[in-house]
Design a protein around this ligand. Structure first.
Ligand code: CUA
Length: 651
């Protein structure tokens, strides 16, 4: 059988490439399982991180069809997100406007430990932020910056009732109440650098606020998952670089036999903060949110953040020794087991929540770091899964008593039993999986039908596209005893994690268009009769409407070189899937793509004298090519007055 190829051969294949033909398990049977007939819908939404695209591509599963890409942390020319005036504030940070980030881990909102289809959260790794996507319209509704953090990797994971989204620093940084003391030599790392683990409170409407941060030793905090069931008051964070190296980490941070999982009693910490514990320290950060009534994003600057020092608050954090530079940390559906992906470890350690509680009760410590008790490894480990592959990274669960772990180096997914902790099946992946995703696979109630391997290396899987290739996902049937590869599909950006959400949780709440009468944008134009052009000094405001297949007005004169022209376009259609686009020649920004009932603003600084066309960019009707207009731009000292019209032909 091909899945029993010896490990050494698998490694060989991984690094030297193998002809795709030899793993063609895709029989007619497999094709049938992923076939979604024309006009039919997929069973699951796959919400994938875009990695360095900064966006969230959405795929249908099991078909692997690319349905949509949600613009999140990066500008999106396709619809003007981050280019138009209404969405620019979404990308505001304490470093100024940032048009890009590296998005890693989407996580669906949960109620009682199950996906509820309201929101998906996703983190920005580079300039630490968390975004909340509203699944009624698949738009980014809010982005909050995380202060006192650098490399927001261990994010964005939710607690069982979405009370909190958590985040942690990958890169520790100098921390001091006095900002001038942040200017320190890098060699003073061990003395001055600290990490923070942040808990972002999520309100009933989804609104986010940084409730508190826990100050932790200057390790690198890598990944996280919240507990569930008996462990639901806890959250777990892997760390590496307990050596506190600040250079050549590949060697200097790989010395210790064990690093740690930080186990945090978030409920206890939150209760303490509610009672006034902790200290407010400087922590400038932006919260950006979409004002749905006004259809535009707004930004607010928050100056401080509440910080808890664990040495003053015993019982909120413990370190679980874990071999060796662990990466992923995953909690099984019962909430009893905490699985760490020891990327340099030969075994896969499984901690027992019950044993952790016992060890805490018995003060069964093997040491203490900065006031944080280190539990005794032997006392808390339930099992070490043997032969779970080389370079184990991440684990998800099927809800039927099995766990599935990715092994990056041996390029496989390994299925093991949560009862015997023995490997029961393994399947090759092409190539080198990072995360994996089972719909609901990190919740209390997984849908154990499909597994998606998110592979880091593509090589020969598709027609070559030069040196740069899309990444590759593989859909695997996990409904039987043996895993079966069903489908390869290319993915945009670098998908890290993903969430699979049952379509029926999402589709019933879909918004199809915006009600024009509920549009309270200050620059809305609700009827063609209200369309107009107004000059205000050097600013020209064009209040313009679109409906199949014309703009009102479509002839505009009196604009001058040196003016700033604001095209406030309202799409007055009230019909699903009839957006109009807008672009004007020489504009130094992207088009607008405006949904029915929506207002969007494009800013244009005309640099040349002449007559410049504008047109609809979205093929909206048979007469789409007729949907156009002209702006006359006169010299700076011209006395041409503002005028505008539609449908007035000269004799
Ligand atoms: Cu409106 Cu094309």
């Amino acid at each position: 059988m091909w899945w029993s190829i010896p490990l050494i051969a698998i490694i060989g294949l991984t690094f030297y490439g193998c002809p795709s033909q030899q793993n063609l398990s895709s029989s007619g049977d497999a094709a049938q399982k992923v076939y979604v007939a024309p006009g039919e819908h997929d069973e699951f939404y796959g919400m994938f991180s875009g990695g360095y695209s900064g966006q969230m591509p959405v795929y249908g599963l099991p078909s692997g069809r690319h349905l949509y890409t949600i613009p999140v942390f990066s500008q999106a020319p396709v619809n003007g997100y981050g280019y138009n005036e209404e969405t620019k504030p979404m990308l505001m940070t304490s470093h100024g406007y940032i048009p890009w980030d590296d998005a890693h881990h989407p996580e669906g909102s949960q109620t009682d430990g199950e996906l509820d289809g309201r929101w998906v959260f996703i983190n920005a790794n580079n300039t630490p932020r968390i975004a909340r996507i509203d699944l009624t319209n698949f738009q980014t509704a809010e982005i909050i910056e995380i202060p006192n953090s650098a490399g927001n990797h261990a994010s964005s994971f939710v607690t069982v009732n979405t009370e909190y989204v958590s985040a942690a620093t990958r890169f520790s940084i100098p921390m001091d109440e006095n900002l001038e003391n942040m200017d320190v030599p890098i060699s003073s790392y061990a003395d001055n650098f600290k990490g923070t683990i942040s808990f972002i409170k999520v309100g009933d409407e989804g609104e986010m606020s940084v409730d508190f941060q826990i100050l932790v030793p200057g390790f690198n905090y890598d990944l996280s998952h919240a507990g569930k069931g008996p462990s639901e008051d806890w959250a777990f964070f892997t760390s590496y670089n307990s050596e506190q190296a600040h250079t050549l980490l590949e060697r200097n941070a790989s010395r210790n036999d064990k690093d740690f999982i930080a186990a945090i009693n978030w409920r206890k910490a939150a209760d303490l903060v509610a009672e006034g514990a902790g200290e407010d320290i400087p922590g400038e950060h932006y919260r950006n949110y979409m004002d749905h009534s006004e259809q535009r994003a707004k930004s607010e600057l928050i100056e401080t953040v509440r910080v808890l020092d664990p040495s003053e608050h015993p019982g909120i954090i413990y370190y679980l020794p874990t071999p060796k530079s662990p990466h992923g940390v995953d909690v099984d559906p019962t909430g009893r087991y905490i699985v760490a992906g020891g990327k340099l470890s030969s075994v896969l350690p499984v901690h027992s929540f019950e044993k952790i509680q016992q060890a805490i009760e018995n003060e069964d410590y093997e040491g203490e770091i900065d006031g944080i008790p280190v539990l005794n490894y032997e006392s808390i480990v339930q099992a070490e899964v043997e032969n779970a592959g080389i370079g184990t990274l991440h684990t998800e669960f099927d809800g039927n008593g099995y766990a599935y772990t990715t092994a990056f180096i041996s390029s496989e997914i390994v299925k093991w039993s949560l009862e015997t902790f023995e490997v029961v099946d393994r399947i090759d992946t092409y190539y080198s999986p990072g995360h994996l995703m089972i719909p609901g696979g990190d919740t209390r109630n997984p849908d154990g039908k499909y597994l998606v391997a998110l592979n880091k290396i593509t090589k020969d899987r598709y027609l070559p596209t030069g040196p740069e290739l899309f990444h590759s996902a593989q859909l695997i049937d996990i409904s039987g005893d043996k895993m079966e590869l069903l489908l390869d599909f290319p993915t945009d950006g670098e998908p890290h994690y993903a969430q699979g959400i049952r379509a029926d949780l999402v589709i019933e709440n879909q918004i199809k268009f915006y009600e024009l009468e509920e549009n309270n944008h200050p620059d809305v134009t609700k009827t063609e009769g209200d369309a107009r052009v107004e000059r205000d000094g050097n600013d020209v405001h064009v209040y313009i409407t679109s409906i199949r297949s014309h703009f009102t007005p479509d002839n505009i004169e009196g604009v001058k070189v040196g003016d700033t022209v604001y095209f406030h376009l309202t799409n007055i259609e009230q019909d699903w899937d009839v957006p109009h686009g807008f672009a004007v020649m020489g504009a130094q920004t992207a088009e607008l793509l405006v949904m029915p009932g929506e207002t969007r603003t494009l800013v244009w600084n005309p640099k040349k004298v002449g007559v410049f066309p504008f047109y609809c960019t979205d093929f909206c009707s048979a007469l789409h090519q007729e949907m156009q207009g002209y702006v006359r731009v006169s010299p700076e000292d011209s006395d041409v007055e503002i005028s505008y019209r539609t449908g007035t032909q000269s004799e």
